[in-house]
Design a protein around this ligand. Structure first.
Ligand code: PML
Length: 237
């Protein structure tokens, strides 16, 4: 199996990224798909595209996807209330949730913030955050999501990230797209992947926060989690 990673930027500013894990026969097809994706992003036309192809040496984890539910909300206020309720059910306190909303509202991070149940940010690089990599949504799951209208192409990527993070012990994820016109976000927990419409207004920034039960002192646990989020290969079925 091969990992393919794409990132595109303009004047050094990130525009889009994508990755997958595929069999040798699918490599060319995905490289083409990723190049097309890089050139059709609403944030602009890239002046730099990097494509990295690597053979995967480690064992791959095959994990079933979190069940997908869409919760239709009429306003950002209603959507945020829905998100809060799901997070509170996992034992995350109101004030910690508000800290997480501040991070996504500020935007500008390429990766995720990692926040513990005390509301402390644990990611070593607060500008960049932690990038969940080495992950692929199976072709069957992609087709099912699109055919049954469970979500969009963005859901296909995000369900991979969310399922991997929860499988690695993350309690919950809050995600709002950094794509200006994509206002559907989600909260993921072990109970499922809850798409929430209107989680932001058009044009607002976005970001990701992983909630974890790890204290500041547990450095080894944190390092292991970050290493696995970044490098452990997963295929989501
Ligand atoms: C992003 O990567 O832009 C975030 C994706 C959010 C997907 C929400 C959905 O399932 O529609």
């Amino acid at each position: 199996m091969y990992s393919i990673k794409m990132r595109a930027s303009r004047n050094g500013k990130h525009i889009s990224g994508a990755e997958t894990i595929v069999e040798r026969e699918k490599v060319e097809e995905y490289v083409l798909r990723f190049i097309r994706r890089a050139f059709s992003h609403e944030l602009g036309t890239p002046d730099f595209i990097s494509i990295k192809i690597e053979e995967i040496q480690e064992d791959i984890e095959y994990v079933p996807h979190l069940p997908i539910t869409t919760l239709e909300c009429r306003s950002k206020e209603e959507a945020r209330e829905v998100a809060r309720d799901i997070l509170k059910r996992e034992g995350i306190k109101e004030e910690v949730i508000e800290e997480a909303f501040k991070i996504v509202e500020r935007g500008g991070m390429r990766g995720a913030s990692i926040m513990n149940l005390q509301g402390e940010r644990l990611e070593p690089d607060k500008e960049r955050g932690v990038r969940v990599k080495c992950i692929s949504t199976s072709e069957e799951l992609r087709e099912k999501i699109l055919r049954e209208k469970l979500g969009t192409e963005r859901t296909v990527d995000a369900i991979g990230i969310a399922t991997k993070a929860i499988d690695l012990g993350v309690i919950a994820e809050l995600c709002i797209s950094d794509n200006p016109s994509y206002t559907t976000g989600y909260v993921a927990t072990k109970r499922g992947y809850f798409r929430i419409t209107n989680l932001k207004e058009r044009g607002e920034p976005g970001g990701r926060v992983f909630f974890v039960d790890i204290s500041r002192e547990e450095k080894e646990r944190l390092e292991r989690l970050i290493r696995d989020l970044e490098n452990k290969p997963y295929i989501i079925k």
